[in-house]
Design a binder for this molecule. Structure first.
Ligand code: EPZ
Length: 416
């Protein structure tokens, strides 16, 4: 809790290590429900969202122990208990227990995870898929109750390449009879990491990372050890921190391929980005140029980097047009950036940003984790002092963010 205090204007210089991916860890934690025995998951970031997922697994009977960034999860005593609305509402990704519980036990009952600040977040694609696999679904009073006498592999065509629906369907299909084909599947790297984890447990998943994923059902799964891929959105956030402060950051534990769209856009904005096998170096110093972005499913420019990129454009020369195609309400950071002096106009799902010479620090409110991150970036670049309220939203997706930026020269601390 507390608030983050930033005295802006310092150029960030040095090295930052990126943690394991939140959005890979969450589905993989769900997949640990698929079998008895102890799975071991490495480089799991210490985040509020991970804590929520661990609480959910423990509620269902899993035994979880954490040693630093390594989790041991024993799924032996898991039972498909009804998941309360209170538990489900704490995090949308709680819905990632749907596939595993239905797969292993033929029964699951969760409440709708509820929308959040960035959009309505429906689950129609999740339900369409498990219904196609043969599950019965009853939706009443905000709960989704699903049972099956044995799922059967089918061809499933998604209307939208939903990350969560792809993940739930993969986990529902691994123990089904026969082969499941998911078409128009999400292609995010986190999907591929989940497939690697599932195959390590004995599943037969192929095509992950492409829009057609094939899953041949197996009779049982067994525990596995796995290290989570690096968090590409955390990496992109640090890249923009270097850009907006005119800094020179080496960002390590990065898969450059996973951040190609971000690298390309930063280079268009006049920032120098070089790659090694597992790191990127971002050197800024000249004038930032504005750039146009349309958020798209992977491998396009990620929606989870849109708020951070708007913060960059607020300080860049010229006018930038940023269109948010994934979520219908993901500009909560804009009013707060305006209070710092940004010149931004919203037309439906598009932000028209006219760069200004400088932003000025003030009190700003956070509403979701990426909007909060964008405000931290703006504070790092702004004149005077920025006070970021409710940093618990940021803690959902970033581990020790202020410590990481202080270690490379930012004047930033948390006031409890
Ligand atoms: C995942 O959410 C990520 N979360 C989100 O990251 C990310 O923004 C999102 O994918 C898009 O990349 C995790 O992985 C835990 P979707 P998810 O289902 O799976 C529509 C962050 O900041 N849709 O791919 O919930 C939906 O409305 C978070 O780390 C349906 O219409 O996203 C949206 O417009 C925020 N029907 C689009 O698809 C469905 O059944 C993408 O949603 C499901 C989704």
């Amino acid at each position: 809790m507390g608030r983050i205090i930033i005295r802006g204007g310092n150029r960030l210089k040095g090295t930052i290590r990126v943690g394991g991916s939140k959005n890979a860890a969450l589905p993989i934690l769900g997949a640990s429900l698929l079998c008895p025995g102890v799975t071991v998951i490495g480089d799991v970031p210490r985040l509020r969202d991970v804590d929520v997922m661990i609480s959910l697994l423990e509620y269902l009977g899993a035994r979880v122990s954490r040693n630093g960034h390594t989790l041991h999860i024993d799924g032996s005593n898991v039972r498909p208990l009804d998941v309360s609305e209170e538990l489900m509402r704490r995090m949308r990704a709680s819905n990632l227990v749907l596939g595993p519980l239905l797969s292993r036990f033929g029964r699951v009952c969760i409440s709708y995870p509820g929308g959040c600040d960035i959009g309505s977040r429906p689950m129609d694609q999740h339900l369409k898929a498990i219904r196609k696999l043969g599950a019965d679904i009853v939706e009443q009073r905000g709960f989704i109750r699903s049972t099956s006498k044995g799922l059967v592999g089918r061809d499933i065509q998604f209307d939208v390449p939903s990350v969560g629906a792809t993940e739930n369907t993969m986990m529902a299909a691994v123990l089904a009879k026969g082969t499941t084909v998911i078409r128009n599947a999400a292609r995010e790297p986190e999907i591929s990491d989940l497939a690697t984890f599932l195959n390590g447990m004995g599943a037969m998943v192929s095509g992950a990372g492409s829009s057609v994923i094939r899953i041949t059902g197996v009779s049982e799964m067994s525990p596995v050890e796995h290290v989570v891929i690096p968090d590409r959105i955390e990496a992109g956030t640090h890249m923009i921190a270097a850009a907006v402060t005119g800094g020179d950051l080496s960002i390590i534990n990065v898969v450059p391929e996973h951040v190609e769209a971000i690298i390309a856009k930063l280079q268009e904005c006049g920032v120098d980005v070089t790659e090694t096998e597992n790191s990127v170096r971002v050197v800024a110093g000249g004038e930032l140029l504005g750039g146009d972005v349309k958020t798209m499913p992977y491998p396009g420019f990620p929606t989870d980097m849109q708020p951070q990129f708007v913060a960059l454009c607020a300080l860049a020369r010229g006018t930038s047009i940023i269109t948010e195609t994934i979520f219908e309400n993901r500009f909560k950071h804009v009013p707060e950036l305006r209070r710092m002096g940004a010149d931004i106009r919203i037309e439906d799902r598009t932000a028209i940003v006219r760069g200004v010479p400088a932003l000025s620090g003030t009190h700003v409110a956070t509403s979701d984790l990426r909007a909060g991150a964008a405000l931290v970036l703006a504070g790092l670049a702004a004149e005077n002092t920025t006070v970021v309220e409710s940093p618990e939203h940021i803690d959902r997706g970033y581990e020790d963010l202020e410590h990481k930026y202080r270690s490379v020269g930012a004047d930033i601390h948390r006031e409890l």
